[in-house]
Design a protein around this ligand. Structure first.
Ligand SMILES: [Zn+2]
Ligand SMILES: [Zn+2]
Length: 348
């Protein structure tokens, strides 16, 4: 299989500066790290990104790579496992710090919990409070999420307590989690009875979520501190709520405005009319609009300040009524006569 270009792997330009390079790698690592992302494909992508970063973050290797491509840096055994342990671990430590992998006894923040809420358009525009039922894994209280009875461990024999093993993959030596201890570097003396050694229990609870007016489909709301509880006194994670807004049959959101197709008959468009525009909910009164004579298809009538709360600034957007002139399909004989008469008066 052809190897992907290292710059492409990290999603950076060829003249990227070290700082941008580092942050691009961190972002990917955060997304793809096997601790965070259970998808097996993510692990390969993580290794690919790490390899790319190993090369591009070293000025000498980078310049060799720039001149000769993969061939220039391959098969030279340039990745020293000590490098990975030192450099990479130090760097990852910044954002995986507090993870029990690295410092087993440090407090760690609880993981975020993600859920979704479905909203009607009215609720999205005006806000609503919802009680939602959450069911998620939670670090076990009795063993503080370690899975070990009484928190008692033995050092892992296979990896000598390092948690990582060096494995050869083609030309590279990469570090993988030790399968015996799952990267922990230690194994429980005996499994925790409360969670059967898994370190996790299931939490069922209800949370009130206040959804502010003006949210839109695809927004994510963060409810502070409603995620998994922290371990050893660490702070809890957050609850992330993805918002999904049902399509409305009469109104379509366009930024701060709501767009409404205003269907008029030819006489209404030609002569002008008073027409009703429905409200967002069936129980709402709606609006009355004065249509001026001679309005054309595609012209708009604005109902000011009845749209969504403005994302920037105060007040609300508008309801924008877009005129559509409906042509009748089935005509009574009388109507047909009249239209023919009308056509004659137009000179056709
Ligand atoms: Zn081990
Ligand atoms: Zn337990």
């Amino acid at each position: 299989m052809a190897k992907r270009d290292y710059y492409e792997v990290l999603g950076v330009s060829r003249d990227v500066d070290p700082k941008t390079l580092k942050s691009a790698y961190r972002k990917l690592a955060r997304e793809l790290h096997p601790d965070r992302n259970p998808d097996p494909a993510a692990e390969d992508a993580f290794k690919e990104a790490t390899e790319a970063y190993q090369v591009l973050s070293d000025p000498e290797k980078r310049s060799t790579y720039d001149r000769f491509g993969h061939a220039g840096v391959e098969g030279q055994g340039f990745i020293d496992p000590a490098d990975i342990f030192g450099g990479l671990q130090d760097m990852l430590g910044d954002f995986f710090g507090g993870f029990r992998r690295r410092r087993p006894d440090a407090p760690s923040r609880g993981a975020n919990v993600r859920t979704a809420i479905e909203l009607e358009l009215f609720e999205a525009l005006h806000g609503v409070t919802r009680e939602i039922e959450l069911r998620h894994a939670q670090p076990c209280d009795s063993c503080e999420g370690t899975g070990a009875d009484g928190g008692a461990f033995d050092s892992c024999q296979r990896c000598n307590g390092m948690g990582r093993l060096a494995v050869r993959r083609g030309a590279f030596v990469v570090q993988v989690d030790c399968p015996d201890c799952d990267g922990q570097g230690r194994t429980p003396k005996s499994p925790c009875g409360a969670c059967e050694g898994s370190g996790q229990t299931i939490s069922d609870r209800k949370v009130q979520v206040e959804i502010p007016g003006g949210v839109d489909h695809g927004d994510t709301l963060r409810v502070q501190g409603e995620g998994q509880s922290g371990i050893r006194g660490g702070p809890p994670g957050h609850l992330l709520v993805d918002l999904r807004v049902h399509p409305h049959p009469q109104f379509t959101r366009n930024g701060d405005d709501l767009v409404h197709p205003l269907h008029l008959s030819f006489p209404q468009a030609a002569l002008g009319a008073r027409v009703a525009v429905p409200g967002l909910r069936e129980s709402d009164d709606g609006y009355e609009l004065i249509v001026p004579p001679g309005i054309q298809p595609g012209e708009t009538l604005i109902i000011e300040g009845e749209g969504a709360p403005r994302r920037r600034g105060r007040g609300r957007g508008d309801v924008v009524c877009v005129v559509q002139v409906d042509v009748p399909r089935d005509l009574s004989p009388r109507a047909k006569e009249l239209i023919e008469e009308l056509a004659q008066s137009f000179g056709g």
